[in-house]
Design a protein around this ligand. Sequence first.
Ligand code: FAD
Length: 279
Amino acid sequence: MSVTNYFLPQSLDEALRLVSEHEDALLVMGGGTVTMPLINEGISAPEQVLGLRRAGLDYIRQEGGGLVLGATTTLSQILDEAPIPMLREAARNTAAWAVRNMGTVGGNFFVPPPAGDLATALLALDAELKLVSRDGDHRVPVSRFYTGFMTNVLEDDELLAEIWVPMPEGQTAFIKYGRKEANTPAVVTVATHIVNQNGQVTKARLALNAVGPHPFRARKAEAVLEGSALGADTIEAAAKAAAEECQPSTDAIASEWYRRKMVKVFVGRALNQLAGEEG
Ligand SMILES: Cc1cc2nc3c(=O)[nH]c(=O)nc-3n(C[C@H](O)[C@H](O)[C@H](O)COP(=O)(O)OP(=O)(O)OC[C@H]3O[C@@H](n4cnc5c(N)ncnc54)[C@H](O)[C@@H]3O)c2cc1C
């Protein structure tokens, strides 16, 4: 079977009408960096494709104490324009410029690990996803979006329209560790966001990727951090907790054993980086 219809709606309303008419018979495409190679190689054979790039969802704006990212904002736009350093760092660490020029922030929520670097940063920042259908819209925290490997709460008649990111207080760190310096899949990605008050961590977010079925928060490690000073013992205990609660698997990039070891190392490095900044 080959693609018989390629829809290029000029607005979100038009896109939603097409999605409601065709539901799961329609392949939704953001930048196509993942979907197009699968179609070209015959691995995926959709009859109907809907491209979102003309639907008016490519914007970055500041609103209500946060940042709004349209779902088809490219990774290059984020690298050039996002006023949150961790988002720029995550985009810089995602693929190479050719993919970043096409790939979208929305698409990054639907790709299998080890991809999902930007989604991991957005998880650490408590971002929320605006899911829309013809019946209305609702916001879902990134922490409640994923339900398993390549599964999530998006319904067949919905699209991801935009992402709302509260402007972070405190400190953030993002480290992606791969086999090469750049343009490489993650062995582990660590995104952390810490708020300190009077020498105590009052809020800790520690998001990990490539060591589980989707980007996730290492909640036991966060619990170790909250209420403690960000000292060597706390960092060691949090890194150990993160290594214990992750669920890595073995693949062509790294073994389960190695990934777990690297979680401890790189969670420790990210937290030490923040502790160093504080001092
Ligand atoms: C060579 C290469 C290297 C890569 N390296 C990395 C990397 O280092 N890190 C990383 O995180 N990723 C990486 N990726 C994965 C990918 O390119 C990016 O994650 C990108 O953000 C995907 O966005 P896209 O718009 O191109 O997705 P598409 O291919 O257009 O779509 C991917 C999936 O998302 C769904 N989708 C897209 N937008 C929406 C929407 N608005 N609403 C509902 N569903 C939607 C599509 O239906 C599809 O299932 C790489 C890809 C390639 C080809």
